[in-house]
Write a protein that binds this ligand. Structure first.
Ligand SMILES: [Zn+2]
Length: 299
């Protein structure tokens, strides 16, 4: 394991240099011993080198500096588009790694290195483009979404006061019945944890439903209205056509993919609560749209 931390890698030369200095200034000079025994010379290094914990701290302090620098800058791509930084995905990344450490901390870098090892990635503790692609594939796999059209008898209408827009057409209140009961349980738990403003239906906006089931005809009409839109919400076949995808209000401009808007959304208590708790109720996120959650019942 120690070899992992001592290996030279050009991306992390600070850790290497700092580590070498430590070895020179610390235990190394005292640890090289020469012994003569029965006419033969044997050179041995005792184990009295710098403790690996020190090296680990040095290594991950360096990784943390890199992460801090790249939080808003890292160039990576998703959906054929260049993405800028990984700040928006901090709650999901932290959840996936099981850490509450701040993204620019050595503890975070250390937890990331463990996650990278499990995923077969180079355990640098640095969020790079390859690491982001891996996170995205893990998140996308959780959706396990089946693009099936719902049976008509599984679609029910939710009360209009549970919607973000309470002037919504009665045609647009439908969703899969099992998805609706899971949503209701989830909202009740959020209200217990976060307070009454998180109860959709009591005038609270947070966690209310922005959009649920969309018929293929309605989706086609949306596409005709905005033919140049690249939003996945307007994809030819939407997850919303299953009745199991919900757009849920988490703050800001309800469904704008602008980076600044998504950044605001992922910092709200409503979103953070969903990231930590939604899977208990069978809901999984579409990582790119903080408001879009899909019900994937356990088989
Ligand atoms: Zn959606």
């Amino acid at each position: 394991m120690k070899g992992r931390f001592l290996r030279f890698d050009p991306l992390n030369s600070f850790a290497f240099i700092a580590g070498s200095l430590c070895l020179l200034l610390g235990g190394f000079a005292a640890s090289a011993q020469t012994t003569t025994k029965a006419g033969s010379m044997r050179v041995s290094r005792t184990v009295k080198t710098a403790p690996s914990d020190d090296l680990r701290i040095i290594r991950f302090t360096s990784a943390a500096l890199k992460n801090k620098d790249q939080l808003s800058k890292l160039a990576w791509s998703f959906g054929g588009k260049l993405q800028n930084g990984w700040n928006i995905y901090v709650p999901l990344i932290s959840r996936s790694m099981g850490t509450a450490a701040l993204p620019d901390s050595a503890d975070f870098a250390s937890a990331l290195a463990d996650w990278q090892t499990k995923q077969g990635l180079n355990a640098l503790g640095i969020v790079d483009a390859e690491t982001m692609s891996k996170f995205v594939s893990v998140w996308q796999a959780q959706r396990q979404f089946r693009y099936l059209l719902p049976d008509a008898d599984r679609l029910i209408s939710a009360p209009i006061d549970e919607f973000f827009d309470q002037t919504r057409s009665p045609e647009l209140l439908k969703l899969d019945s099992e998805t609706y009961s899971a949503y209701k349980k989830m909202i009740a738990a959020a209200e217990r944890d976060l307070g009454p403003q998180f109860q959709a239906g009591s005038g609270g906006k947070y966690l209310s439903i922005i959009s649920a089931y969309r018929s293929p005809e309605y989706q086609a009409a949306l596409r005709r209205k905005a033919p140049n839109s690249s939003r996945s919400a307007l994809a030819k076949f939407s997850a919303h056509s299953t009745g199991r995808a919900l757009d849920i209000y988490v703050g800001g401009d309800p469904v704008s993919t602008k980076d600044a808007n998504r950044q605001l959304q992922v910092e709200t208590p409503a979103y953070k609560w969903l990231v930590k708790n939604a899977s208990r109720f069978g809901f999984y996120p579409y990582f790119y749209e903080p408001w879009h959650w899909e019900y994937v019942p356990e088989k």
